[in-house]
Design a binder for this molecule. Sequence first.
Ligand code: SF4
Length: 328
Amino acid sequence: MAKKGRVFSGARPTGRQHLGNYLGAIKNYVALQDTYDSVYCIVDVHALTTVETTENLKQNTFEMALDWLAAGIRPDESILFVQSHVPEVMELHTYLSMVTPFGKLTDLPTFKEKVRQQPENVNYGLLGYPVLMTADIVLYKTDIVPVGIDQAPHIEFARETVRSFNYRFNTKVLIEPQVKHTEVLKVVGIDGKDKMSKSLNNHIELASTAEETTKRVREMVTDPARQRKTDPGNPDICNVFTMHKIFSPQEEVDMINVECRRAGIGCVDCKLRFANNLNKDLEPFRAKRADLESKPSYVQDILNDGGKRARAIAQQTMSEVREAMQLP
Ligand code: SF4
């Protein structure tokens, strides 16, 4: 079937992925492959703006690639690669920086936030982050970028930068990417309040064993009003119920919805049911991941091959860019 265009997305190498990563991004990446020519990038260079040491960068990249592949990224069809394997992105970043006003970068809320977070390390890369991100997107002649509503301003920045470049050099060589709004679920962590994240240690790793997963699920915070099994609960404010709606059969969801409210089911039982359904759902993922993990050179080959295919597109774009700029 003819594809509708090209989709690009990237994520920092954060190592083993968790349920929040899966429901918020990876699941969508997998689905988009059916309709779009897909380019997925592990953005290791972006990671350098915040990491203190690169000691774990390789391992984190490998772990993340394992999770993406095990979740269903099809490397024969889609391009899965590592950002630094395509050095053309640094060149495009430099050219795009020439059409980006300094004040526009310093005014960005994301930059101000980073300055607050790491005042001891306000590096140039941090400031130029949106420009490098724009280079990532446009280098591959991307048509659409899947983002949640909160990230749409980043793509607007990329679109404006493309317009500035094309206007300045009187060309149409760079394509303005379109936003594809995706329903990005805000997956709450096991603490029942914050967004699931590794740094808050409130996450459930996809690659954990069934036992580890069950243990984490048992730690999930439920409706705080339910102190005893005999207290009626409110599933509408309970994160376990939210997860049931994603991973459990409808009859079970309906049953919990009724029984929780009249104290007909205890939270321990409810959590175990969720853990069982989640573990069942993750079984094929875990089997595939274990298989890939036992073949690290095969996974490296996939990333290398993805890098070559990405680079072929990038080189073509850059030769058009240099010509448009009339570089000697
Ligand atoms: Fe949440 Fe289930 Fe307990 Fe109800 S029974 S409060 S839905 S864990």
